[in-house]
Ligand binder design. Structure first.
Ligand code: GAP
Length: 544
């Protein structure tokens, strides 16, 4: 006998329970309802750009970070030289000596050009705005002429675009004209716009000329250390974890048994005062990074035939692209995008390249959003810190094998844990109208917040006792949910919505046959296996 199916009439979907479409609204609603992600300080109305993870979300994000840690630091594979990769871990502070950010260039250059609207007091990122060039059509002659006003909108935001188009049409009507069907669109940063700013109507404004010229706005959060708040006590919350790694490079090489090539990795919080935090957790003001700085021989010290920065760069982007597939983002929603030369920062222009692993989120579709950037940063960072702290070339790394000194080059794979978690949520969301829940979360078992549910079919006849014993046996090894409340259908539905790959049900036959029913999340198949075999079954299926 198997446990009753959730699709028996008693548990059939309620009338009107239509299948859920894979939209961002539905994903956000599930994330909220099933304790994945909530607004930070929600009872006070939240705070823009900050998010809390509930028990399911915290477990999902933890699984992603643990997988990264295991695959990068604890059990890395071999490098392109055929030797096992050597990567050590650090845990640096969020607030560092402000000189770090002066040396790294963040204090002067970590800016977004911002545009303020004097009418509505809204602030926009200049590179996030576009402008509709309203070409009017003369109703008599059909001639097209440029209208006097142009209309700004937030790029990629359909509502904002419609608003701008509506304003353009209204203006044209007032002038006895109409707007052509597909008016041209220009980026706000186009030089033409700067010359005609007085005629641009802001995205939320009614009259033209209220947008300011783009002004730089530093993204680092400021704070003060100590009792007195003045320039001398000013500090910043780190906008990336990388600089902690670079500034501890010398302590690592002095105290740890590492030799180039080797990596230093760190998982930790980073803070950016993003002007337009949006798209759920995608652009947050507080987020977590998983960064590797992988140090390699300076090209000038290489012998013929040795691995070059290009070889290491290619190795790392292929490895990282594969990793995101392994954790569950395989398929057409994942891509690797190589940056064009004109996108590259000054230090990267001469290097082997920069590329991003990108995911097609529902809000970027048909486009993609960045999950991780992989960059050849040459020797820019180590050199900058050595110069800024006054020791310069004395801080060059001594390569014993080559008997020479240099600042190692760096390949940096820098990933976002929150964007990764969001991509896992989006990818896993699988509508299925045949289930009571209408949807299930198809996480890879390694990523699933709960690996298995253990359910006594009913709360009597010795079933709870057997279930509790099994729970005790497994809970130290895996994240296990024990649940004895509600109908079995409702318990399965809840497990589907949090993406639990296996549920074990203890029923009337368990005591006599010493077997349980295993229900498989994706196929809904049920089979009986021996009670003694549950742990081995999970070990084989979860395989961590
Ligand atoms: N050290 C290099 C660096 O920080 P980045 O491209 O600015 O590079 C790396 O950031 C990763 O951090 C991104 O690929 C993204 O996953 C994540 N990230 C950056 N800004 C973010 C934000 N505002 N919210 C969430 N994640 C962010």
């Amino acid at each position: 006998m198997t446990a009753p199916s959730e699709n028996t009439p008693a548990n059939a979907p309620a009338p009107g329970n239509s299948p859920l479409a894979k939209t961002m609204d539905n994903i956000v609603a599930l994330a909220r309802r099933r304790a994945f992600i909530w607004q930070s300080s929600e009872i006070y109305g939240g705070i823009n750009g900050f998010w809390d993870y509930g028990p399911m979300g915290a477990a999902l994000k933890r699984n992603l970070k643990d997988a990264w840690r295991k695959d990068i630091i604890l059990c890395p594979g071999n490098g392109p030289d055929g030797k096992q990769l050597d990567v050590v871990e650090v845990d640096c502070t969020i607030i560092m000596n402000p000189k770090v950010w002066i040396a790294s260039g963040h204090a002067a250059g970590f800016n977004d050009p911002m545009v303020d609207c004097k009418e509505t007091k809204q602030r926009y990122r200049a590179d996030h705005l576009s402008v509709i060039y309203a070409w009017d059509v003369d109703p008599e002659s059909g001639d097209e002429t440029r209208a006097d006003w142009t209309f700004a909108f937030v790029s990629g935001d359909d509502t904002s675009f419609e608003k701008a188009l509506k304003k353009a049409r209204k203006r044209a009507k007032q002038q006895g004209s109409r707007v052509i069907d597909a008016p041209p669109v220009l980026p706000f940063t186009d030089p033409e716009i700067a010359l005609t700013l007085a005629r641009v109507v802001g995205p939320d404004a009614d009259i033209p000329g209220t947008l300011t010229e783009p002004r730089n706005f530093n993204l680092m959060f400021e704070t003060y250390c100590g009792a007195i708040q003045d320039e001398s006590s000013k500090a910043w919350l780190r906008p990336e974890t990388a600089q902690g790694i670079f500034s501890q490079f010398w302590n690592i090489t002095d105290t740890c048994r590492v030799r180039v090539p080797f990596g230093i990795a760190q998982i930790g919080k980073a803070f950016r005062n993003e002007v337009t935090p949006r798209n759920f957790t995608f652009r947050s003001r507080e987020f977590e990074q998983m960064e590797i700085e992988f140090f390699i021989t300076h090209p000038d010290a290489l012998k013929p035939g040795e691995l070059t920065p290009k070889d290491w760069y290619e190795f790392w982007y292929k490895t990282r692209y594969q990793w995101w597939q392994d954790v569950g983002l395989a398929g057409e929603n994942l891509q690797l995008r190589h940056h064009d030369k004109d996108e590259l920062s000054h230090y990267a222009k001469e290097g082997a390249g920069v590329c991003d692993v990108e995911y097609r989120f529902p809000f970027t579709s048909p486009g993609f959003g960045e999950l991780e950037g992989i960059a050849h940063r040459a020797d820019f960072d180590l050199k900058a810190h050595a110069t800024a702290c006054g020791k310069g070339d004395k801080m060059r790394y001594f390569d014993q094998a080559r008997n020479t000194r240099y600042f190692p080059h760096v390949i940096e794979p820098s990933a976002g844990a929150d964007r990764g978690t969001l991509a896992l949520l989006c990818e896993a969301f699988t509508p299925d109208p045949s289930r009571p829940s209408g949807v299930y979360m198809k996480f890879k078992p390694r990523m699933a917040p709960i690996k298995a549910g253990i359910f006594p079919l009913v709360n009597k006849d010795g079933m709870p006792e057997v279930a509790e014993k099994l729970h005790k046996e497994l809970r130290g090894k895996y994240a296990i949910e024990f649940d004895e409340k509600q109908t079995i259908g409702k318990r399965y539905a809840r497990m589907d919505e949090v993406g639990t790959p296996y549920c074990f049900t203890i029923d009337g036959d368990t005591l006599s046959t010493q077997t349980v029913t295993v229900r498989e999340r994706d196929t809904l198949a049920q089979e009986r296996i021996s009670l003694d075999n549950v742990s081995a079954f999970l070990a084989e299926k979860i395989g961590e």
